[in-house]
Design a protein. Sequence first.
Length: 244
Amino acid sequence: MSVATLIAITLGCIAWSLWIRRVTWSCRWEVAATLNIALQGVAVFLMSPWASETIGHVLYQLTGKWNVEDYIGHDAYIVAASAIVYNSLGRLQDDNAMQRSFKQYVERPATICIPVLLATFWMGNGAAVYRADFFQVPTDFWLSAYWILLCGTLLYLLGYGARAMLVLRRDPQSRKIANIYLFASVSGMLACATRIVTSLVPALQPIENGRLVWVFACACGAIFALASAHSWRIKTRWLTSSRH
C-alpha cells in the first residue's frame, strides 16, 4: 500500500469520526477526544507530500524556509497527544486534581518543547533541504536533535496517557475502549521510536525511507478516530434508550 493511500484512508477515518462526534465540541468531557482527532487530521494532512508540494511552496515564498508545514503539523501532534492525556485524566480524577496534573506534567513540558523544536528545525537541514516527504530529508546534527526532541516528547505524552488508560481498563465497562486506545497509543509510540532510531543511525534512513513511520502514525490516527466514533455512538444509543 502506498503512502498516499495510507494517508487518504486515515483522513477518511478522521473525517467520518469528526462527523459522528460533531455535537461533542460543546460537551466538556468529550471535547478533548474530538480535538485529538481533529489535530491528528491536521498533522497527517500537513505532513503529506501533497501539502509539501502546495502549501509548502507558499510558505517557502513567505519565510525562505522549506518544510514549515511539516513543523506546524508536528506541533499539532504535540497538542493532539496532550489532548489524549487530558481526556484520560478527566475520567480518573476530579476537576481540580486533573487541572493540576495536566498543567504540571503535560502543559508545561509541551509548551517548552515547541519553541525549542522551532530553533532546531530552523538551524538545520529541516528548513534547508526540500523533500515532498519530510521523513526523507537527510539528518544533520540539528535535524537529529529535532527528531529526538519531538519524538521523545510524543513518547512521554503518549506514555503518560497510556498509563492512565491502564488504570481506566480496570473498570469492566471501560476495558474495551481503553484497550483500543492503548493499542493506538502503542502504534504512535512505535512511530516515534522508529524515527528516533533512524535519526541516530543514518545508514538506516534510505532503507526505512519513512514507510514504517507512516504506517504506525496512520494506524494511530485511524484507530483513535474509529474508536472515538464508536464510543460516542454507544453513548448516544444509551442516552436515547434511557429516555424511552
